[in-house]
Design a protein around this ligand. Structure first.
Ligand SMILES: [Zn+2]
Length: 184
């Protein structure tokens, strides 16, 4: 698997993601049919060969370490069975996605890695402008806050104060620029 070309792996991953997106409603657990004996000796269910009262349909799943059960109405039985099957499908596709991602991580050379490369080139293309936009907004906001702070400090100490503050504000602005440049 690790010898598979990176392009093929990425193509397979894209297909799996598409498959995952097409999963319908799903829920974990299982749907079971149960029959029970009421315990009355005179009841038909006490006779040998009688399956007991039923069927009752139960949806059972574990949640937070506990097993929870709910009886299903006959009308929702088919729906619940589909949803439980869809969950198994979801888990199977998810496992394949983990495997193909692992193979992609192994196949992708370290030199190809850049900032935000986790999602691969496709995700990067979409996220790139978004991240750049956010970074720009944040830089502008930080610059505005710095200017506000400098202004309010400057107001306090007119002459001497202003001359003391300005170099510090310049240094601050320089650091912000350097930080933004390094982040690119
Ligand atoms: Zn009975």
């Amino acid at each position: 698997m690790t010898s598979e070309p990176l392009d093929d792996l990425e193509q397979r991953r894209a297909e799996l993601y598409a498959q995952l997106a097409g999963t319908g409603d799903f829920r974990p657990g299982s749907v079971n049919e149960t029959w029970r004996r009421c315990g009355k000796p005179a009841c038909a269910c006490a006779q040998p060969g009688n399956p007991g009262h039923g069927p009752r349909y139960l949806w059972t799943r574990s949640a937070g370490g506990r097993t929870r059960t709910r009886q299903l109405a006959a009308a929702e039985l088919d729906k619940a069975r589909r949803e439980v099957a869809a969950y198994k499908q979801f888990v199977a596709v998810s496992e394949q996605i983990v495997q193909v991602n692992e193979a992609i991580c192994e196949a992708r050379p370290a030199s190809a890695a850049g900032p935000g490369v986790q999602g691969g080139p496709d995700a990067d293309e979409q996220l790139g402008p978004l991240i750049a936009g956010l970074r720009e907004q944040m830089s502008a906001e930080i610059a505005r806050l710095a200017a506000d702070a400098a202004r309010s400090l400057g107001c306090g100490g007119r002459d001497g104060g202003r001359r003391d503050r300005d170099p510090r504000r310049d240094a601050e602005a320089g650091r912000l620029d350097a930080g933004a440049a390094a982040g690119r």
